[in-house]
Design a protein around this ligand. Structure first.
Ligand code: UGA
Length: 433
């Protein structure tokens, strides 16, 4: 099938590339000329495992193209995915101006029937607005259908998530569009939920918000465990074996970050408010999430008595492993707060240092975890990269000034780390000296 993807950001790039891999002819469009030029030279704007190889392969066999020419891409395609950004406005609502612009551009360029698919995360009823914009600017009076087909890709495993989804959600009121989408996704073996557009839009926000609330729930339990002297890892295990609960997304830590959960939860709170519902549960999840970062800084202060003038080694800057993304990452808030209080920061991340350099200043960026540990009064674990789980702890111990690890992701067993001669503070578990 012939597909155009408007927006070659994280979602558009992965979606377009994977559809090409499934045998479709895909044109990814972006207004950012530099990004398109780089992609046409096989230079990836993001780090995402497996993506580069697929882009390279599908460009070579001419199933995947990158261009800034939206008009031609629309004319040549039957299905158009809107994958543009929906960044948060100051009040937390999603900014839909890019979606609106894309809808207009599609309407002005189309000269035959098109299926216009919302892939970006959008507030409920955006489908109606997209349809209205297209109707208003539909020069050639062409037939079209709008579909909501939310993405559930996780950064760091997006290609895998696309190819092996738990479910595919297709919201549309049109039988024709439904059949086209069904055929498009037929190579993937996954249940397809067909529904109306509004329900599909809500499925996306409800899913992200539920997962965010699940994380905040376990973080609240972690705080209770600390006060009671219990172990949150065992509690999560005991809860998670109940099939109705499940173990995933019960990892206590410094909370959720990234460009999805924090902003989507905030947007869903605003959407609910506008509809007349006070989403107290989600508000609390967001509050707990913010508090986790603050209480981590408090733990550091307590352990060092005062962070002023101390050297703190930071392992991990990305908001989660296997990505270079630092948007809304806990590392940013934590480091900025420690710097404000006078600490000297040395940091290492396997992939995110280039992006971090643009935001986090006055940091000594290091070439290895061992460099970051050198002369540190405390070593922080902020992101649970596999590399940090395999550290040579003897080497770390001889590098640091004081053998103190403060782990925001619970990657070590407290008793093992004690055997290596470290003091160890983690989340929702006993501290070891
Ligand atoms: C999330 C969803 O998982 C995807 O399904 C969705 O498509 C995507 O948002 C989106 O809306 O685009 P992502 O933000 O890439 O994906 O990453 P997650 O793996 O969900 O992790 C989000 C945050 O939660 C990370 O900061 C992670 O460290 C944190 N987390 C996750 C925990 O603190 N504890 C856990 O148990 C799990």
């Amino acid at each position: 099938m012939k597909i155009a993807v408007a927006g070659a950001g994280y979602v558009g790039l992965v979606t377009g590339t994977c559809f090409a891999e499934l045998g479709n002819d895909v044109t990814c469009v972006d207004i950012d000329e530099e990004k398109i030029a780089k992609l046409n030279n096989n230079i990836m704007p993001i780090y995402e495992p497996g993506l580069e190889e697929l882009v390279f392969k599908n460009r070579k066999n001419k199933r995947l193209k990158f261009t800034t020419d939206l008009k031609s891409a629309i004319k040549d395609s039957e299905i158009i995915f809107i994958c543009v950004g929906t960044p948060p406005k100051e009040n937390g609502e999603a900014d839909l101006s890019y979606v609106e612009n894309a809808a207009r551009a599609i309407a002005e360029a189309m000269d035959s029937y098109k299926v216009v698919v919302e892939k970006s995360t959008v507030p409920v009823k955006t489908g109606d607005k997209v349809a209205e914009s297209i109707r208003n600017y539909n020069r050639h009076k062409c037939d079209f259908d709008v579909v909501s087909n939310p993405e559930f890709l996780r950064e760091g495993s997006a290609v895998h998530d696309f190819m092996s989804p738990d479910r595919i959600v297709i919201g549309t009121e049109s039988e024709k569009a439904r059949q086209i989408m069904k055929e498009l996704y037929s190579p993937l073996k996954a249940p397809i939920i067909f529904t109306d557009i509004k329900s599909a839009e809500i499925i996306k926000h409800a899913s992200n918000s539920f997962l965010a609330a699940k994380i905040s729930f376990i973080n609240a339990i972690a705080n209770i465990c600390e006060l009671a002297g219990a172990d949150v890892e065992r509690v999560a295990e005991g809860m998670g074996l109940d099939k109705r609960i499940g173990r995933s997304f019960l990892n206590a830590g410094i909370g959720y970050g990234g460009f999805c959960f924090p902003k989507d939860a905030e947007a869903f709170i605003r959407i609910s408010e506008k509809l007349g519902y006070d989403f107290k549960l989600l508000k609390a999840a967001q509050e707990i999430n913010k508090d986790q970062r603050k209480s981590f800084v408090k733990k550091i202060n307590k352990a060092l008595l005062d962070v002023k003038g101390r050297t703190i080694g930071v392992l991990g800057l990305s908001f989660k492993p296997n990505t270079d993304d630092i948007r809304f990452a806990p590392s940013v808030d934590i480091i900025m707060e420690l710097q404000k209080e006078g600490a000297k920061i040395k940091a290492y991340d396997p992939k995110a240092m280039d992006k971090a350099r643009q935001i986090l200043k006055n940091i000594e960026y290091c070439n290895s975890p061992y460099d970051a540990a050198k002369n540190a009064d405390a070593l922080l674990i902020i992101t649970e990269w596999d590399e940090f789980k395999q550290l040579d702890l003897k080497r770390i111990k001889s590098a640091v000034k004081r053998p103190l690890i403060i782990d925001g992701r619970n990657i070590y067993n407290p008793d093992d780390i004690k055997k290596h001669g470290f003091s160890y503070i983690s989340i929702g578990r006993k501290d070891v000296d």
